[in-house]
Design a binder for this molecule. Sequence first.
Ligand code: FEO
Length: 391
Amino acid sequence: MKPREIKPGIFSVGAVDWDRRLFDELIPLPDGTSYNSYLIAGGDKTALIDSVDPPLCHMLEENLKAAGKPGIDYVVCLHAEQDHSGSIPRVLELHPGAKVVTNPKCKGMLIDHLQIPEERFIEVGDRETLSLGGRTLEFIYTPWVHWPETMTAYLREDKLLFSCDFFGSHLATSDAFVTDEATVYEAAKRYYAEIMMPFRKFIRKHLEVLAELGINFIAPSHGPAYDNPAFIIDAYRDWASDSVANEVVLPYTSMHGSTKEMVEYFTRALMARGVTVKRFDLARTDLGKLAMALVDTATIVLGAPTVLGGPHPLVVQTAYLAGALKPKARFASVIGSYGWGGRTVETLASFISGLNVEVLEPVMVRGFPRESDFADLDKLADKIAEKHRSL
Ligand code: FEO
């Protein structure tokens, strides 16, 4: 079957990974993913943008054959992570005259990770161009979306941006383009939360640079392409902005019901004060849903029982994740119970010390909560509602 032609002479030759359910042995993929690769036929030269994850290399090979363009002159590598670069060595084997076009940092990574020989590379600088004959690729460095070497490629005449991970979504679909914006929004937000959120400040700068290009089409390397780029650019602007929602994200676990009782009471207390609560039972939750909730929330409250003198490991994992993903939340606190003592609050605080949050007075109780403990939860809910009103 001939691969899809997303624009005249531009073929989508990558692979849809319908059944994959985990990325990096960590990130849930409820809707699978895709590794998009694009073949561009210019008047003189043919370029391939990115490749696919090695287990699906055979699909790339089949699609390249079916595209009917016998020779590849350039393999453009926008990002060295193996889900996009891992099949490049096979492409180079099949096309001995092809050169890998990338930036010096990415070149170094490809040599380290894939052992591609030095002589197979052409280095390009930021805003440098490469002519394919009637079609011009302009390379724009966009570090940290998602690694430090990442760049994008803008096909000037078509006003088409190849963005690799940037604007991507983990979504296996038969659609080449976005057809159902609600579904793609959810998948793209999940992707942003898990992959892009730590790099919010870089993203804001990149969006400014890209705004000057007049892009009318975005082809990412995961998920469907955007023929209405404003849809995803506006979403990224919102997610990467400093504005937060009147929400509390409340991840918790409970062993014998004391912390759960506090979480139940606290949820109702926040609701009564007009604050939206997004609650996650950590023993059962999808980490991606939790990450998505962290994108916009003003406040994070961890519900943590004490185990062996410290926080329950599921809450430790969440605090570590929140510290690593760096959401834009402004406030944080801890509620929970203990049997005889422990350093639950101090330990959790150390994991989120990199966040720019004001820590609100935690509520830790010995055993099952009493009336005075519920009063303290009311006080914490009052404080959160007041802080949110002041934003
Ligand atoms: Fe899709 Fe950072 O690789």
